[in-house]
Design a protein around this ligand. Structure first.
Ligand SMILES: *[C@@H]1O[C@H](CO)[C@@H](O)[C@H](O)[C@H]1NC(C)=O
Ligand SMILES: *[C@@H]1O[C@H](CO)[C@@H](O)[C@H](O)[C@H]1NC(C)=O
Ligand SMILES: *[C@@H]1O[C@H](CO)[C@@H](O)[C@H](O)[C@H]1NC(C)=O
Length: 858
């Protein structure tokens, strides 16, 4: 105890200074510093009253504008609300670490419950505004009275998002948005009014999907991209409007056009479109936890490893690779450089660092003067050529350094000597656009072709576009389809256009709509609030996160829908909508929370999220947000199980069959489903399934014994799935291919291989190895167990035979008692297996083997 206490002393010291810091920190300090400004603002306050006199007198655009401008200068001086002092990440370094633990200790000792609760309690009393802020608001209200649209808009945003530290008031926000929407039909305001009607957020208005649809449509007609997506999604999914593909395709096309326009407006090669839409549940291994969720079990366990289980240890991986890189490991250097360049969920892009590492790598092959080093290993050579491509790309686009076509050209030429695809493509781009070289489409096409042959998606798209220009539709389509396999945004756009108009492909409205949707949704920076929502979620600002995800959910993003549902989830309550609304009775709001959660689980399930489908079943089973409906629940589980991915759903179905809930009681089917659950997820489901099977066999046996009317477990011919290695491989590859429509950085490169490049070969290999090892151990153990049983029963049988022989000998001796024995024997044989059956399948029972093996191999 003592040594530990001693170690805690520095922590308490840090804690103490933190407390001092924190008490000195709050707004008072800011405003104290702003005293002079506030003072002059006070005078302004006096002066605007005298200057503009009575505010009741009708609209005066000029005066409104003056007041607005003044308010804006005032508001911009307000410091943005800083994150509460306790919301800092674990920093490296001794001080950072001790501060972090001091914080943890502090909360354990003095605070009950997580800190978030304080953030979420909306103060029902109007909060006293800071001096500068209240001045600004007064000026804005003045301008708003003069019907200044900017002022009305700003007021609405301040009340909705809480800009400039203004407290949120959804009722007020709604009033202002509505005012602006009716004033000049401002599309952004229309969207917000629609959004508030759709979600009933903060109790500002009653939920009303019809009105929501109306305002969304008005916003979409006004060109608001979020409204366009929302309307299109509603038309395609049939929400508050009949399904109407033509309408959906029209609005998705409008949104897709904006996405493409944004992308093409970027540097050579287009703006990059980083992925920001993460399923937050995946950080915890999916909504049912690691292994139990479809998103983190079975095939997906490896596919999504970057974002799920390995995600939490990205820092560790990074550190490890850094160590390797310092030792001169080219692979590690390359992976790190790419991580720096692309960024990841928890890692911001760091272009200078990326440049440094790429250069380091390139220098392993080329001397600064361009000579080739002797004795370079083939791996290093290959990676150096890739590094050259990236370096050239960064110079070409001016990323992290001033743009320079000459330097870019030098690097591309070096990369091309070694056949690097990115260099070929980028050089082609320079010829195509005449950047630093004379324009030469033929040369460009040649280079694109070379890169496209190496399966570089961007090059395939460019080449396809060139063929399309020449009128060679069928070849163009071939290239677009190749690129679409890698999820390239522009490829989908071309395919959508061609499918929509029926050029070179069969005209199909649903397919076109789906493609346009993909394009619109890939341009997350253009149309979504994912980045802000993610950041808010990481910082623990759940309210902001929820609103951001909800907006994306309304736009039809499956990830948004799953996130909202996850945040509002009733089964594992983490956050209630009620906390946004003062004075609301907990009970009532809980119900409406579940109602909203169910809506979004349903929408997400409809977009093929297996886990959401299972969740939906849970809600129906337990009657959250709806009337309990066991049959519907069973249908949901059935649908989720049919994809063969959700062990959870199969397990639930097994349970429902066993107990006759929602579906017919049927022990035989129950066993089938338990077995399937195990087959889908051998690792996590092993123990529960084995236990459940015990119980099930006992019940089934009892049922048979008492001639119950439930179908008992019956023997089926065992279809042995004897996978050879090559079958296993091809199944694995197929699963890999299925992931082709996953999001990927669009605008360049070989990112489809990035998945296994992230951690280098060793890391990935180890994972698979340990998996196989685990299965082998399980198999070996089951085998040993089987052998022991076999051995035991064999011995019993031998003893039995021994005894029988002795008996027979006796009978021979006794002679006259011969008749009675066969009868007895028959009884013994008939009963022995059955009595044993509940626990261990008995002798001669064909189930024997597969029971012991626990279904692992069957
Ligand atoms: C709506 O009004 C605000 C403030 O006047 C303006 O900034 C915004 O661009 C407008 N939105 C549209 C789509 O016109
Ligand atoms: C208010 O904040 C939100 C979210 O941070 C932002 O999207 C919006 O543009 C801001 N509005 C104004 C008027 O500053
Ligand atoms: C929010 O705004 C409404 C008017 O729109 C007002 O009646 C209410 O008092 C405000 N609530 C708070 C907490 O300021």
């Amino acid at each position: 105890m003592r040594p530990r206490l001693q170690r805690l002393v520095p922590l308490f010291f840090v804690l103490f200074s933190l407390c001092l810091y924190a008490t000195a920190r709050p707004e008072d300090a800011d405003y104290a510093r702003q005293k002079p400004i506030g003072g002059s603002a006070g005078q302004h306050g006096e002066s605007w009253k005298s200057r503009w006199g009575n505010t009741e007198g009708g609209a005066n655009p000029h005066q409104g504008m003056l007041a607005f401008d003044e308010a804006v200068t005032l508001l911009h001086k307000i410091k943005p609300a800083t994150a509460p002092w306790w919301n800092f990440d674990k920093k490296s370094g001794i001080l950072g670490t001790s501060a972090y633990y001091a914080k943890e200790v502090f909360f354990i000792l003095f605070m009950n419950g997580p800190p978030q609760h304080e953030l979420l309690t909306t103060n029902p009393q109007p909060k006293k505004l800071g001096h500068a802020l209240s001045q600004g608001v007064t000026l804005l209200e003045e301008a708003a009275a003069h019907k200044n649209p900017d002022a009305i808009f700003t007021l609405a945003e301040m009340n909705f998002y809480g800009n400039y530290t203004h407290p949120r008031n959804y009722s007020e926000a709604f009033r202002r948005y509505h005012e602006l929407a009716t004033l000049n039909g401002n599309a952004s305001a229309q969207h917000m009014v629609g959004f508030m009607h759709a979600t009933g957020i903060g109790g500002a208005v009653k939920q009303d999907q019809a009105k929501a649809m109306l305002y969304y449509t008005l916003g979409a007609e006004g060109g608001d991209v979020r409204s366009e997506m929302a309307v299109a999604y509603r038309h395609s999914a049939g929400i508050s409007a009949p399904r109407d593909c033509e309408e959906a395709v029209y609005f998705y096309k409008e949104a897709a056009k904006k996405a493409i326009a944004y992308m093409r407006s970027g540097p050579p090669g287009g703006h990059s479109m980083p992925r920001e839409s993460y399923n937050i549940a995946d950080e915890e291994g999916g909504v049912y936890g690691e292994g139990a969720s479809a998103s983190s079990s079975g095939q997906n366990a490896k596919v999504t490893s970057v974002y799920s289980d390995a995600f939490s240890s990205l820092d560790d991986v990074f550190e490890y690779m850094d160590l390797q890189a310092r030792k001169g490991d080219a692979r590690a250097t390359f992976n790190l450089a790419k991580l720096n360049y692309d960024g990841a969920r928890t890692l911001k892009r760091d272009l200078p660092a990326a440049k440094k590492r790429f250069l380091e790598l390139a220098r392993m092959y080329w001397t600064p003067s361009g000579k080739v080093n002797a004795n370079v290993s083939p791996t290093t050579e290959k990676l150096a050529s890739k590094a050259a491509g990236y370096l050239g790309r960064m110079f070409l686009r001016g990323e992290g350094m001033p743009q320079s076509f000459d330097i870019a050209k030098t690097w591309f030429r070096r990369g091309m000597e070694l056949g690097d695809a990115l260099s070929q493509y980028s050089m082609g781009l320079m010829y195509l656009k005449g950047l630093g070289v004379p324009e030469d489409p033929v040369k460009a096409a040649e280079l694109f072709g070379a890169a496209a042959d190496q399966d570089l998606a961007v090059a395939q798209v460019r080449l396809g576009a060139l063929f399309l220009d020449q009128g060679d539709v069928s070849i163009a389509i071939k290239y677009f389809e190749l690129a679409a396999r890698h999820g390239h945004l522009e490829a989908f756009y071309y395919l959508a256009e061609m499918t929509h108009s029926g050029v070179g492909r069969d005209k199909s409205c649903p397919v076109a709509a789906a493609y346009y949707k993909i394009v619109a949704e890939k341009a997350e920076l253009v149309s979504t609030s994912f980045p802000e929502a993610n950041e808010a979620y990481t910082n623990g600002h759940l309210e902001t996160a929820l609103v951001g995800y909800m907006m994306a959910a309304e736009q039809g993003f499956e990830v948004g829908q799953a996130n909202v549902a996850y945040l509002l989830d009733q089964v594992k309550p983490r956050f209630t909508f009620a906390s946004l609304v003062p004075f609301m009775k907990q009970k009532a709001s809980l119900a409406s929370d579940a109602f909203l959660a169910l809506i979004y689980w349903t929408r997400s399930a409809e977009q093929k999220n297996v886990d959401s489908m299972v969740k939906m079943g849970d809600y129906y089973l337990m009657g959250f947000g709806t009337k309990p409906d066991q049959e519907k629940a069973a249908a949901c589980y059935q649908a989720a199980a049919e994809t063969m991915r959700s062990a959870q759903a199969m397990w639930n179905l097994g349970w429902m069959h066993e107990n006759g809930i929602g579906i017919d009681q049927d022990f035989h089917l129950a066993k089938r489903h338990y077995d399937m659950a195990l087959e889908t997820n051998p690792r996590e489901a092993y123990l529960p399934v084995v236990m459940a099977l015990y119980k099930l066999r006992l019940r089934s046996w009892w049922n048979t014994l008492t001639h119950g009317n439930i179908k008992s477990i019956q023997e089926e011919p065992v279809v042995k799935k004897d996978w050879t290695l090559s079958q296993w491989l091809s199944a694995f590859l197929e699963a890999e291919l299925e992931g082709w429509d996953e999001y990927e950085p669009d605008d360049y490169d070989d990112s489809h291989t990035a998945g296994d490049d992230y951690y280098g070969d060793g890391y990935h290999g180890n994972e698979i190895d340990s998996d196989i090892l685990e299965s082998l151990i399980i198999l070996a153990l089951s085998g040993a167990l089987a052998f022991l049983f076999y051995y035991r029963t064999q011995r019993q049988r031998r003893q039995e035979e021994e005894r029988r022989r002795q008996q027979e000998q006796q009978q021979h001796l006794n002679g006259n008692q011969g008749m009675a024995v066969p009868q007895q024997q028959g009884q013994a044989q008939g009963q022995a297996p059955q009595q044993d059956r509940g626990l261990f399948p008995g002798l001669g029972d064909p189930e024997f083997m597969d029971w012991v093996a626990g279904g692992v191999g069957h």
